[in-house]
Design a protein around this ligand. Structure first.
Ligand code: OSB
Ligand code: MG
Length: 384
């Protein structure tokens, strides 16, 4: 893999005084449902953070929690609790020398990674706007377009799945990820490979398999998949390492990679050979950069996953994906594929070459449509 090193990154030094922070709970109608081994998402509740500097500069962030603590311990209600009761009260009204200092203020608190991520992003957005430098350049990004794949939920029939893949491939998506669960694997993946023989295909188990069952692994291994993402529960590192040792196909860590330290430990144990960096799961920009840098140094390929973020969250994911270690296609489906309306205007889309442009605007990368944010809001909390 590429041995290019990241463009020199110095933690941006820009004074930030968090004059006020607003936390907004949103109910976003979805136009399609998304089914994984974890369950089905039909309506997305998300938490948006609007931070304002003493000089009036505004920064936006997103904490994309789930309704239930199945993907990780992070939930929508937990995000709300952590942001309004723990994190924002700790930093509001205070002055910091840069975004990393804000993250350091609550580093002693365990968990609440997605809440931490949204707040850190809002502060990075302020730093980016004050400096007039896009996020991509602040984090040392080098790419201008991110090759993007599509993640396909579990469908009623294989025929439905194949028809949907066909559509997406025509739109430019350059890799497909098929969600699997026991009973939706060996009848599905061979047909997908046969129908799209030259397209990179991967499977995502979302922790849905019991490590003590024999599983579909040997048959899936013979298909030449790009990778198999998180077949076993997040903490089943020993079992993941045993499986990886007998497969040719790389295992990719998602639910296991909860912090920088745990990700490193899992890789050293051989529990996987690829990391899905989801900045929200890892707890922010700072830990995501740490995982990226370590993986680049140790030649572990990484790629950027998603949590069905709106354009606000996707803007940061795109900026982080522009780092040189991100050598595999991202899960970065345009918000128009699952939301009636995005929260940014214009929204982003895939280009004919299968990439999404890395935003060049300072802040979250896109123009936030504040009217829409308020239209979908169910609750607001303000620091002052
Ligand atoms: O495992 O990657 C996952 C969405 C919710 C929870 C877990 C996952 C996903 C996705 C979505 O696959 C990908 C996206 O945001 O486009
Ligand atoms: Mg996954």
């Amino acid at each position: 893999m590429s041995r290019t090193t990241a463009r020199a990154r110095t933690t941006p030094k820009v004074q930030i005084r968090l004059a006020s922070v607003e936390v907004l709970a949103l109910d976003l109608p979805m136009i399609t449902s998304f089914k994984t081994a974890h369950g089905t998402t039909t309506k997305k509740r998300t938490v948006i953070i609007r931070a304002e500097d003493a000089d009036g500069t505004v920064g936006w962030g997103e904490s994309p929690g789930m309704d239930l603590p199945i993907y990780s311990a992070d939930t929508y209600d937990g995000n709300w609790y952590a942001l309004t009761r723990l994190l924002v009260p700790l930093v509001a009204g205070k002055t910091f020398a840069g975004p990393a200092e804000v993250a350091a203020a609550y580093a002693g608190y365990q968990g609440y990674n997605m809440a931490k991520h949204g707040l850190e992003c809002a502060v990075w957005a302020i730093a980016s706007s004050k400096l007039g430098v896009p996020m991509k350049d602040l984090v040392g990004g080098v790419k201008t377009g991110i090759p993007t794949g599509e993640s396909f939920g579990i469908k009623p029939t294989v025929k439905d799945l194949l028809a949907e893949i066909d559509q997406r491939v025509a739109q430019g998506f350059c890799r497909i990820k098929v969600k699997i669960e026991p009973g939706w694997d060996l009848d599905v993946l061979p047909q997908v490979k046969a129908a799209f023989p030259t397209l990179p295909v991967m499977a995502d188990g979302n922790t849905g398999y019991d490590p003590h069952d024999s599983g579909p692994w040997d048959a899936l291994d013979a298909l030449g998949l790009l990778m198999i993402e998180q077949p076993f529960p997040g903490d089943a590192l020993v079992e993941l390492a045993e499986l990886q040792s007998r497969l040719r196909t790389p295992i990719c860590l998602d639910e296991s990679a909860l912090t920088f330290g745990l990700t490193r430990a899992a890789l050293k144990l051989g529990a996987g050979r690829i990391v899905n960096i989801k900045p929200a799961r890892l707890g922010g920009v700072t830990p995501s950069l740490a995982v990226h840098d370590w993986c680049l140094e140790h030649e572990v390929p990484v790629w950027c996953g998603g949590l069905l973020e709106t354009g606000i969250g996707r803007g940061f994911n795109l900026a982080i994906s522009s780092l040189p270690g991100f050598t595999l296609p991202a899960d970065m489906s345009p918000a128009r594929l699952f939301y009636a309306e995005d929260l940014v205007e214009p929204t982003f889309d895939i280009r004919k070459d299968g990439t999404i442009a890395v935003p060049e605007l300072p802040g979250c990368g896109f123009n936030v449509d504040e009217r829409r944010v308020r239209k979908y809001r169910s609750e607001t909390w303000r620091s002052t």
